[in-house]
Ligand binder design. Sequence first.
Ligand code: NAD
Ligand code: DAU
Length: 365
Amino acid sequence: METIIVTGAAGFIGSSFVPIALGATSMRMVVVDKLTYAGSPLNFDEFAKYPRFEFVRADIADGRAMRELMAARRPLWVVNFAAESHVDRSIDGPGEFLRTNVSGTFELLEALRAATRLTDTETSGRTRFLQVSTDEVYGSLGATGAFSETTPYAPNSPYAASKAAADHFVRAWHETFGLATLTTNCSNNYGPRQFPEKLIPLMILNALEAKPLPIYGDGGNVRDWLFVEDHCEAILRVLQNGTPGRQYNVGGNCERTNLQVVDTLCAALDELAPAAHNAKLRARGLTSYAGLKTFVADRPGHDRRYAIDATRIRTELGWTPRHDFDSGLRRTVAWYLSNLDWCRAVAEGGYERTRLGLAPATEAA
Ligand code: NAD
Ligand code: DAU
């Protein structure tokens, strides 16, 4: 039985990838995750007893652990989701982003390269490494246009810089060492099990507690939203049929300003958790969740607009998203409403939804 190693699958996107990949292949799956604040065993609980599933708690930046793991498992595929993923945290503490996102990716590449030398020729020829990357590496767009795979990298946040650096290592390991690497650059995901520091779950949980909905700047920043399962299906498609050495942009063709996202969320909440039944909201004299919207100081270096041109993955690999934003968002709101215990459990490490990423201004020289 062939093995797929999936790093970071105790987090948001990786945990959606687990059932999709287990269902679509007959491979043995080894999930490798450090279980940071963003990773929870609750996210793969239902697969823990599955015979083809195994969990290994490890740090991808631990080179020795990665070399031992790859040598022992001889994976056919490695998919790297593991990362520090939150832009605001990268402003407060960029060091961990360098360590996990750059050094971690490097250690995985080196460990896989060493392991492929130990493996028989047939398997080693089919070994693939897929780097799950982001559209943020391309920087910020003006009012028109979209990121294609030939858009130059121009990362603006420490998070984006760390992902961009990792992507360059992945490319180099293909060009120099012949490792069959693939990179996907995806836009903003939404869906179940996203840690409540990110825009959509943060807004849902604050709204239910009648707390302010903090909108950075003027709320006009644009993101291109994609339901998480669509992203995972794209990753699987690239793993199975992508051309080694290539990048594939993945996006939902679904641009929304942050203000539009928050308004759509409030409308879904008004329907699924009516304000009339929310004592905290009534105590504030509000009849709709939209009354909680609050404009706050902007994120430093805040990219204005992202949009993805997904022509390559559509035409070469036949992938298109299956979910539309309104129904996907409604499903997401419904998931959070039914999983408030999960929300409490993942915040137990001390996360209280306070504002992150307001770096003090650098003093003028
Ligand atoms: P997440 O923060 O929800 O999960 C990250 C996971 O990685 C967690 O389980 C965490 O415990 C694990 N991890 C962190 N550091 C580790 C380390 N040193 N060793 C092993 N495990 C470690 O992130 P996510 O939103 O699911 O994103 C997954 C990947 O997809 C990331 O690489 C991210 O850059 C990329 N991505 C995310 C989005 C998005 O909208 N969320 C969009 C495009 C690309
Ligand atoms: O584009 C892909 C990227 O999308 C991924 O690579 C990242 O891992 C992922 O976190 C996400 O990055 P963003 O910075 O776009 O996501 P976030 O949810 O932090 O913010 C979305 C937008 O909402 C952004 O313009 C900032 C704004 N925002 C965010 C928060 C948390 C607010 O206005 N208020 C908030 O409280």
